[in-house]
Ligand binder design. Sequence first.
Ligand code: MRU
Length: 330
Amino acid sequence: MERVLPFRFEPAQKTFWLLDQRKLPFEEIWIPCRSATAVAGGIREMVVRGAPAIGVSAAYGVVLAHFAGEDLVQADAILRASRPTAVNLFYALDRMKPCWGSLEASLSEARAIWSEVETTEQAISQHGAKVLRGQVLTHCNTGPLATGGYGTALGAIIEGHRQGRVQHVWVDETRPYLQGARLTAYELQKAGVPATLVTDNMAGYLMSQKKVDAVILGTDRMALNGDFANKIGSYALAVLAKHHGIPFYPALPLSSVDPRLHSGEAIPIEERSAEEVVSVRGAPIAPAGFPAFHPAFDVTPHTLVTGIVTEKGVLYPPFDEALRRALGLA
Ligand code: MRU
């Protein structure tokens, strides 16, 4: 399968290159980062996005801090402040902390974090493919661009198609940032999977017409009871899927579970600029000065979830027990 990865590391140049996802699918522009500050800027500005990809980038940000002679405490703080919701950022930075004393140790841990993304996503794709069939609906972008590996929900969809289980994908455009239209459509086209773009408000109609057999999407942070934050609009899809009796699956590496949280209420939800709501790619779509609100994520309660697709298999209710077991906490 043809994969476009969101970053590459060139140690001889002391450079971590980010593919500018703000410009996709129209232009493929690579931005060189030579400091943790530059990587933090890239995460904040959505040059790189998607929970696992943010985690890998932050880990390499720490490596760059060594190269650039940045203060590691400050570098860590700048990276932590870049985006609040995806727990993978904090998971990666927590793993990097014991390595601050040496460049070699930091480099080896960053490489390990990236390579674990690849191996866990191969397993997620295999487990996820087994629960999919027919026509599948997905939201936002969860492919290689969002992770640096094979993708979570999109990895499962692509594998499901390879196995002949998935026939067609409905791609939610994912307003207001259009990750579905710009990135998922781009990745599915490259993967050769039959897919159709729809606006987010069409999902209910498609379900009522029996044109959706399963919904699968990603996760930015899951609490121990299975409540999870994902791209704004995920919760509405879960409610619709429940109403129509359609299976609904979040797919995630276990590193996206925050073991400190017992429910989704405490997950911090990023609020982004209202400008992204009142305009589309720079073109205004509302009267000048009109107020707008832009929560970038929402929380889906575990009661709306059919199963949780992880690298250790698909977990079923009661989710708190299943997640604790999978995390080795039980
Ligand atoms: O704001 P984004 O583009 O970083 O949001 C991405 C998502 O919500 C993804 O669904 C999530 O990070 C999972 S990526 C495998």
